[in-house]
Design a protein around this ligand. Structure first.
Ligand code: HEC
Length: 146
């Protein structure tokens, strides 16, 4: 009897956490469609090149402003130089409003003098689900961490 109750609890916890993870993680397949909006300016995956925006292959976990040969705005570059790494959480906040995010990041780092000008990324993704999904999609192109 006790064992059954424990098992039920364990299964409940497992299902609960799976739901939670999914809500947090987003859906990479749906994210592929969302990425269509980014493709005006970005490419990802094999053979990707810098276009209007930098290549996004491996962006999850990468320090900001570090793609060789891409002419970043001083704002994006400064954020990277001051410790901005594109974790899933940071991307989630950034994509809602890149300009405001980068300025807040630098201000919070005690560098308000660098929080000037504008990012060249003039695209906002306000929808939370779309943001989670596109991040899940981008993650599938991340290099494995050692
Ligand atoms: C209209 C063009 C455009 C669109 C659309 C666009 N971006 Fe960008 N993105 C840029 C540009 C330009 C930059 C470089 C910003 C800078 O230097 O200030 C950039 C920068 C970025 C960066 C920072 C990269 C780095 O190396 O620091 C990320 C992450 C990013 N974009 C993700 C996305 C995603 C995801 C989408 C779609 C939801 C998207 N962008 C849509 C133009 C665009």
């Amino acid at each position: 009897m006790k064992a059954v109750a424990l098992l039920a609890l364990a299964v409940g916890a497992f299902i609960g956490s799976a739901d939670f993870a999914q809500a947090q993680q987003g859906d990479a397949e749906k994210g592929a469609k969302v990425f269509g909006k980014c493709m005006t300016c970005h490419r990802v995956g094999e053979g990707a090149r810098n276009l209007v925006g930098p290549v996004l292959t491996g962006v999850v976990g990468r320090p900001a402003g570090t793609i060789e040969g891409f002419a970043y705005s001083p704002l994006n570059k400064a954020a990277g130089e001051n410790g901005l790494v594109w974790t899933e959480d940071q991307l989630f906040s950034y994509l809602a409003n890149p300009n405001a995010f980068l300025k807040k990041f630098l201000t919070d780092k005690g560098k308000p003098q660098l929080a000037t000008g504008s990012t060249k990324m003039v695209f906002n993704l306000p929808n939370e689900t779309e943001r989670r999904d596109v991040i899940a999609f981008l993650k599938t192109f991340s290099k494995p961490t050692q």
